[in-house]
Each structure stands twice: as C-alpha cells, then as structure tokens.
Design a protein around this ligand. Sequence first.
Ligand code: F6R
Length: 369
Amino acid sequence: DKGGWPSFMAKEVSEEPEAVANTLRGRIHDGVIRIPELDGLDELFLGIDRVIVIACGTAAYAGMVGKYALEQWTRLPVDVELAHEFRYRDPVIGASTLVVSISQSGETMDTLMAVKYAREQGAKTVSICNTQGATIPRESDAIVYTHAGPEVAVASTKAFVAQITALYLLALHVGRVRGTVSAATAEELARELESVPAKISRILETEQSRIEQFAHWMADTRSVLFLGRHVGYPIALEGALKLKELAYIHAEGFAAGELKHGPIALIEPGQPVFVIVPSPRESALLHAKVVSNIQEIRARGARVIVVAEEGDAAVLPFADEVLRIPLAGPMFEPLLAVVPLHIFAMGLSTAKGLDVDQPRNLAKSVTVE
Ligand code: F6R
C-alpha cells in the first residue's frame, strides 16, 4: 500500500526519518547505548583485532560510511569489501577477524556466500539486516536488525539510512566495550544521533519540492558526476548509483581528491557535478579542500550543485545550485547529505516518466550469484 504516495519509493524516502528513529529505538537510554542483541558478546568484541565489512551495492556504501565510524571509535583496522570480490579470493581472515555483513533483504546470495565462507575460516560474524528471520542473520553469530520497515521499491533508500545508523550504534557499542570511547563521548554522540530524524524531516519539508523542480529541469541530462571526501565519498557513490538505477543516466561518484588524478578530464562546460561539502565547523581543512575542488571544476565550466550545511557561505560564489542540510556531527553528515540525492534521483526518474519502483533489469533481492 502506497499510502497515498505516487510510488513506494516516494513513501519510503518520506520514511527515512522513521527508519533512523526506529533503528535507534530501545538502544539508547539516557544517552547510554545498549544493544540488547549484543548482550553477552563482550568477549567476542574484545577478542578481535580487525573488522571486515562485506555487502553489495548500496549496502556496501553504507559499509564504507561505517568504516570511518568503526575506525574512529574502536581504533580497529577496518576494510570494506564487496561480498563477491571477498568470496572468490583467498582473504586473510581468522578467529580474530570480525566480519560485519550488511543486507536489507538478508537473502543476497553474494553476501550469504561470503558470510558462510568467513565462518568456515573461523571468523566471527555480525549481520546487519532489515528482514526478520532472513537467511544471512541465521548464518551469523549476532544480529543487529535495522528497523526501516518493509522496503518495496527495488532501489534501496530508507534501508540505507537505517544501515548507517546501525553501524554507528555497533561502532559505539564496540568502542565502549573495548574502552576506546569514553562514556562522555558516547553519550554526546548518542544524543546527536537522536537528533538526526528531525533533521531529515526538515530537509524533506524545506528542500524536497525545490529539488524535484530542479530534477525536472535536468530531465535531458545525459551524465552527472558526484564528488565527496571522507564520509561524503560513499555518499557520492550512492548518489551516482541511484541515478543510474532510477533514471538510466550515466553517473559516477569520485573521491574529490582523485579529480586531478584523472576524472577532471571529464569536465566540460555544462557538465553537472554534485559536490558533498563537509561541515566547515567540524573540519576546516576538509572543507577548504572541497571548496578548492569546486573552484577547479567551476573554472572548467562545470555546473556545480552543492549539498552543504546551513550557513556555509563559502560555497556560494562557486555554486550554481545549493541544497541545504542542517548541522550534524562530523560523522553523522551522511545521514543528511544522502537525502537530497535520493530525492533528486527519484525526481529525475519521475520527470523522465520512468517507473521508479521497478527499474528495468533489476530485482529487489538478488538470490543468485
Ligand atoms: C541499490 C540496491 C542494491 C542493493 C544490493 C544489496 O539501490 O538496492 O544495490 O543495495 O543489491 O541488497 P541487500 O541489502 O538486500 O543485500
């Protein structure tokens, strides 16, 4: 039931605030994080010396965001691997490796095979999953469910923000168990995390119709690039994937620092480029680097669309379009920055008269390898 929305995706994007709130629910008490599903697993988390995150597609981009959080708060080395690439090598893993799998459906065959393989090699496994009783969680030592609710549209939106939320919770939990995050820091972060759903709602209220209008003007666009740094990099990749899937447009995401190592050759007058701008308050350095990347592409004629924090005036002289997001902690920006990109991809698909819920050639759950 679309509940009055024009598509399941429109409904699911509108549910992004709840997807985050419901994934947090019952797991933060007065600023203290406690994930009941992980009770009794302290030994497991104390016995690991590295983390490998495995997933496919959008879930893998959530994993890339999770890498920053896990490294920051657990001080464990973290790698993110596409499940199908991980499975068909001879990866170096063992009893002190924690393998975190991420899957909305819990049935993705590539991810399932990778989890089984990791287990056979003696690794510990935690699964982040949105579907109760699915196969991947059954194959894992522990499960952290995302509570995004059923996702019907083939391309993932609300499950993505829920996956990132679950990864933050997991990272803070493991950080507390291992003593790499203080109680005070965890509390401050937990409270910031709790403020995210209302901030997503604000983006939907203030920016959605403007972004849809803008997507409409861009209906003839043949190629769109996305740039980001740090946690903005996986968001650039996610923005590009959604556009390919929903609007059948060539789209590519890059780490902004890679520009001069090749991709800048693609910039010609009129080329639309989305840039995810990190908060100037949180990292003046990263922010300055991204602003200078924007100047580089603008000088070559790019049409620059920035996703930037409210009040960030430094981007204004170089941006053709500014999509605003509220202030968040440095780690939590992805949960906000992705929302305009989901709206844009959906808007462009609709403007082209395509079926946003059921893109050609795709299936909701990929149960073959
Ligand atoms: C993209 C998308 C896919 C899935 C991927 C993994 O919009 O939906 O890339 O994210 O197939 O699916 P799950 O999370 O079910 O394992």
